[in-house]
Design a protein around this ligand. Structure first.
Ligand code: PBG
Length: 318
């Protein structure tokens, strides 16, 4: 390779057209997934302070929003439910007429062609806000994974195209795979006990009533452990590995991408989005530029798909 003055890397940066020709990472709507939150009632659009431009939506409003997304070219949504009532076991998660199940049936009928992925977890449905059932003050793993499998099966019965377990119990992918041999499982394989979930817990009403999630979610200090989580999930039958959060964990995305041949996705979580929104609202940065740079960086690190609250705005920016 020649060096300066023969080599001048600025030559390929001279125009928009040249820069586009040599761009290594593309960002398209087919690679973004929009999270949506469904709640009880009718005509409910309940915005959340911590998560600008995102709202809890009743089923009718969800259907309207999904139609708008589809018209903008969005192809995939990730559904979260906020139930009428919570109990110790999170039974709202698997009820046949639970909030997500009703939403799925409505979306199936009204927005055919939209790919529907459901988040599978108990934290939105338990009165204590933990991701599983409690025994002696601890989340009981083996009992919980049976309930998660039940929830996942009821989502598929109601029309989900794929399920995404986000609870971080051991063996949950295997438990779900046992009852759903044909359903794609997008596993939140490397999900960290992160401070960046704050705004999500506001919108999903899922903050733990006591303690924290460090007994099941991963320690932010670890990356080798993330690869073990990924390997186990693949053995249990996961189709897609997801890393979460995204920006503070790009090394984990890269490591998973290099080690495994399956699709690797990343979740650009609520706190990552809210930080940019807040800085932009205060006039400190350009939201659109910062968002596009963030999403490009996540893709460049090795994530094929990014779950992001910017999906709808991205569709408008195109
Ligand atoms: C449920 C779940 C969480 C997120 C996705 N699924 C929160 C948590 O683990 O407390 C976070 C998503 C975000 O912050 O955008 N377990």
């Amino acid at each position: 390779m020649s060096s300066f003055p023969i080599s001048r890397l600025r030559r390929l940066r001279r125009t928009d057209a040249l820069r586009a020709l040599v761009r290594e990472t593309a960002l398209g709507l087919d690679r973004l997934v929009m999270p949506l939150f469904v709640c009880p009632g009718e005509g409910v659009v309940n915005p959340v302070e911590g998560l600008p431009a995102i709202a809890q939506l009743s089923v009718d409003e969800l259907v309207r929003e999904a139609g708008e997304l589809q018209a903008l070219g969005v192809r995939t949504v990730l559904l979260f439910g906020i139930p009428e009532e919570k109990d110790e076991h999170g039974s709202g998660a698997w009820e046949d007429d639970g909030i997500v199940q009703r939403a799925l049936r409505a979306l199936r009928a009204e927005t055919p062609g939209l790919t529907l992925i459901t988040d599978v977890c108990l934290c939105e449905y338990t009165s204590h806000g933990h991701c599983g059932v409690l025994r002696d003050g601890e989340v009981a793993n083996d009992e919980t994974i049976e309930l998660l499998a039940r929830a996942a099966a009821s989502h598929v019965e109601a029309g989900a195209d794929a399920v995404a377990p986000s609870d971080m119990m051991d063996g949950r992918v295997g438990a779900i795979r046992a009852v759903l041999p044909d359903t794609p499982i997008v596993s939140y394989a490397a999900k960290y006990a992160s401070a960046f979930y704050g705004p999500f817990r506001e919108v999903a009403e899922s903050a733990p009533a006591f303690g924290d999630r460090r007994g099941y979610q991963m320690d932010p200090a670890n990356v080798r452990e993330a690869l073990r989580e990924c390997a186990l999930d693949l053995e249990e039958g996961a189709d897609v590995l997801m890393v979460k959060p995204a920006l503070p964990y790009l090394d984990v995305v890269r490591a998973a991408r290099e080690r495994f041949d399956c699709p690797v996705w990343a979740y650009n979580v609520s706190g990552e989005y809210a930080m940019v929104k807040a800085a932009a609202a205060a006039g400190h940065l350009d939201e659109r530029a910062a968002a596009l740079e963030s999403l490009t960086a996540i893709r460049r690190a090795g994530a094929e798909v990014v779950v992001t609250y910017w999906t709808k705005e991205f569709a408008r920016w195109l």
